[in-house]
Design a protein around this ligand. Structure first.
Ligand code: ZN
Length: 581
C-alpha cells in the first residue's frame, strides 16, 4: 500500500499541492474574477470601452495564471500574479476615475473612508428613499420602484426629470453628452431651452433607466434603438417615444411626448370658421389633390393625421403610404414603405391606387414618379392628400409644378393648397392688456381704442425676487395653435396653372383670391387676444431668418400681410423635403 502511494507520488509530481498554496491560489483567482466582473459592469457605468477592457483584463489574467503555473517556485509565481493584478487594477481605476466626477471616483482616500464608515453592506442596509412622481407604464405593466440601490438612484433621477417634463409641458427632451456633463434640453411650445447640465453619470443614469424600462438593449450604445412608455398623471396619458443612438461623444437620448394631438380632428387645429368650412368641403367633396404644407416644425404631421381622422373611416376606404408611421389611425389602412432596390415608393403607391381606395394620404413625398401617380389618381377618382414643406401656398404650388413638370396634370388634379404655422397662445393667467400707440393701430387698420394683449413685464416681490407665473413658468405663453392659409383652386386659378411659366402669374391670382397670407391670418389671433404681436412676428418669419430659440422678438408691427410679401425661396424647384411636426 505504502509502495503504491510512493509510486503515485513519483509518477505524478504535478498532482501534489500543498493545501495552503492551493488556498492562496484560489483566493487570488477569486479576487481576480470579482475584479473582472466589476470591470464588466463599471465600463457601462462610466461609459468606456467595455469589450476592450474585458479583453485586456482577460488577457492579463491568462498571462498571470500561466506564469504562476510555470514558474517552479510557487511564491515567486504568485508574487508575479499579484503584481500584474495590482498593475491592471491601478491602470483601470486611473482610467475610469478620469471619466467621472469627484464623488464617483473609487479607491480615493474619500472613497475608502466612506466605505469604512458605511461598511461593504452599507448599501443594502439603507436603500435610498425614492418616490413615484410619475406613473410609468410599459405596455400595460406598471414600472415598479427597483430594489437594487444603483437602479433606485437611476429611477429617482429619471422620475425627477420626467416630472419636470410633464409639469412644464415639454414636447421634446434631449439628453446629449457634453464632456464630463450631460446637457438636457426641453422644447416647450416650440422653444428649446436648457433644463440642466448634470454630471455625465447622472445623465447616463437617466438614459439607462429609460432604456431598461422600455426593454432596450443596455449594452448597445451606438446603433439607434426606439421604445415607448406611457406616463400617467391624473387623467392624462402621455406617450413617451424614446430613441437612443450613439455618436463619437457618447450615447444620446431623445424623448418625444405625444399628448392629445394624437386624437386631433379638424376642429382642434385652430382653423377659422370660414377655413373649417373650406376644409370640410374638401373632406366631403369629390376627387382631386390637396397639398398640405408648412415650414419645418410647424404642425404639418399633426394636421395631416387630423385630416385623415376626419374622413369617415367606416364608409370610406382610406389608405396611407408613409415613410415613417407617426401615429396609428383607427380603421385606416396605413402602409409603411420599406426602402429596397427592387421596390420604389412610387411602385408601392401604384399598387395602393390599383386597389381603388376612396382616400389616399401621403404624409411625405420625395420623387416625381410618386407625385405623378398621386396626381393621376386625384384627376381620375380619388381624394389624395400630399404633405411637404413650403413657406406659403404660392411656394407650395411652385414646388409642385417644378416637381411634376406637367402644368396640365397639376391644373387638372389640384383642388386646394393649405399652408400653416404654429403660434404660441398667451398664458391666460398672466397675459396683460395694453393700448398700442395710435400709429401702430392705424398701420394695423384697427380702431383707436383697441386693446391688445402681451406677456407681462418681469415682476419682483418686496425682496427683489422675481415673481414667476405658476401656469406658464414665466414664459408668458401656454400651448400653441395653428394659423392657416387656405387657397382653393377655382376655374380661374386652374386656367392660370395650365399656362403659368412664372411665379408672378400665379402670385397675382392668389392675391386676388385674397386670404391675405399667413401673417394676416395670425394677426386675427392677436386681435382676439389669443396671442401677441411679438409672437406673430417670431412665428411667421421665413424659416431661414428665424432664430432657433430664445426670447421673442421685441415688439414691432409686422409688415402688411399678403402672400406676396413673404420672401421667395432661393430655389423653388428643390424637392419637397421631409415634413416635420
Ligand atoms: Zn402665465
Amino acid at each position: 500500500m505504502l509502495a503504491a502511494i510512493d509510486l503515485l507520488a513519483q509518477s505524478a509530481p504535478a498532482m501534489y499541492f500543498n493545501p495552503l498554496k492551493l488556498l492562496a491560489a484560489i483566493v487570488l483567482f477569486v479576487a481576480y474574477a470579482l475584479f473582472s466582473q466589476w470591470v464588466d459592469k463599471d465600463t457601462v457605468r462610466v461609459n468606456t470601452y467595455k469589450i476592450l477592457w474585458n479583453l485586456v483584463v482577460l488577457a492579463v489574467g491568462i498571462v498571470s495564471t500561466v506564469t504562476m503555473l510555470f514558474v517552479p517556485q510557487f511564491l515567486i509565481g504568485s508574487l508575479v500574479f499579484l503584481v500584474m493584478y495590482i498593475i491592471i487594477v491601478a491602470v483601470y481605476v486611473v482610467h475610469r476615475n478620469g471619466l467621472v466626477e469627484e464623488q464617483y471616483k473609487v479607491l480615493t482616500p474619500e472613497h475608502i473612508s466612506r466605505v469604512m464608515k458605511e461598511g461593504f453592506g452599507g448599501n443594502k442596509k439603507k436603500l435610498i428613499d425614492v418616490k413615484e412622481r410619475v406613473r410609468l407604464l410599459a405596455g400595460k405593466k406598471v414600472i415598479a420602484i427597483p430594489e437594487v440601490q444603483e437602479e433606485r438612484e437611476q429611477y429617482r433621477l429619471a422620475q425627477d426629470m420626467l416630472f419636470a417634463v410633464l409639469w412644464r409641458r415639454a414636447a421634446l427632451v434631449e439628453i446629449v453628452p457634453a464632456g464630463q456633463a450631460s446637457k438636457i434640453t426641453f422644447q416647450i411650445d416650440g422653444i428649446t431651452s436648457e433644463y440642466g447640465r448634470p454630471p455625465r453619470a447622472e445623465g447616463d443614469a437617466i438614459v439607462a433607466f429609460l432604456k431598461r424600462a422600455c426593454g432596450l438593449n443596455l449594452e448597445e450604445r451606438r446603433k439607434p434603438q426606439t421604445g415607448q412608455l406611457t406616463a400617467v398623471t391624473g387623467d392624462n396619458r402621455i406617450d413617451l417615444l424614446i430613441r437612443t443612438d450613439g455618436s463619437a461623444a457618447g450615447e444620446r437620448l431623445t424623448l418625444r411626448c405625444v399628448g392629445p394631438e394624437k386624437t386631433y380632428k379638424i376642429p382642434d387645429l385652430g382653423l377659422t370658421d370660414a377655413q373649417k368650412d373650406q376644409i370640410m368641403e374638401l373632406v366631403h367633396g369629390g376627387n382631386g389633390v390637396t397639398l398640405l404644407t408648412a415650414t419645418p416644425a410647424s404642425g404639418l404631421t399633426t394636421t395631416t393625421y387630423a385630416l385623415a381622422r376626419s374622413h369617415d373611416a367606416f364608409l370610406l376606404n382610406i389608405q396611407t403610404l408613409e415613410y415613417n408611421k407617426e401615429f396609428q389611425i383607427e380603421n385606416v389602412t396605413q402602409h409603411v414603405y420599406e426602402p429596397s432596390p427592387e421596390k420604389t415608393f412610387a411602385a408601392d403607391l401604384l399598387k395602393i391606387v390599383r386597389t381603388d381606395p376612396d382616400v389616399i394620404f401621403i404624409p411625405e413625398i420625395r420623387d416625381k414618379e410618386a407625385a405623378k401617380i398621386a396626381c393621376e389618381a386625384g384627376a381620375h377618382k380619388q381624394k389624395v392628400y400630399v404633405a411637404f414643406q413650403a413657406i406659403d401656398p404660392l411656394d407650395a404650388i411652385w414646388k409642385w409644378l417644378r416637381l411634376l413638370g406637367d402644368n396640365g396634370l397639376v391644373a387638372k388634379s389640384l383642388r386646394a393648397v393649405v399652408n400653416q404655422r404654429l403660434i404660441r397662445k398667451l398664458c391666460p393667467e398672466c397675459k396683460q392688456p395694453y393700448k398700442p400707440d395710435a400709429a401702430q393701430l392705424r398701420k394695423l387698420n384697427l380702431p383707436p381704442d383697441k386693446v391688445l394683449y402681451r406677456p407681462p413685464e418681469p415682476q419682483y416681490d418686496k425682496n427683489g425676487q422675481p415673481i414667476i407665473c405658476q401656469n406658464c413658468h414665466g414664459t408668458g405663453y401656454y400651448g400653441r395653435t395653428g394659423v392657416f392659409d387656405v387657397a382653393i383652386v377655382d376655374d380661374a386659378l386652374r386656367d392660370v396653372l395650365k399656362r403659368a411659366k412664372t411665379l408672378a402669374e400665379i402670385q397675382s391670382h392668389l392675391q386676388k383670391q385674397g386670404s391675405g397670407g399667413i401673417q394676416a391670418q395670425a394677426l386675427q389671433k392677436v386681435f382676439d387676444g389669443t396671442t401677441s404681436i411679438q409672437e406673430v412676428v417670431r412665428a411667421t418669419k421665413p424659416p431661414a431668418a428665424k432664430e432657433g430659440d430664445g426670447a421673442p422678438a421685441p415688439p414691432s408691427a409686422p409688415p402688411a400681410g399678403g402672400a406676396g410679401s413673404a420672401p421667395r425661396p432661393q430655389n423653388p424647384g428643390s424637392k419637397p423635403a421631409q415634413p416635420t411636426r
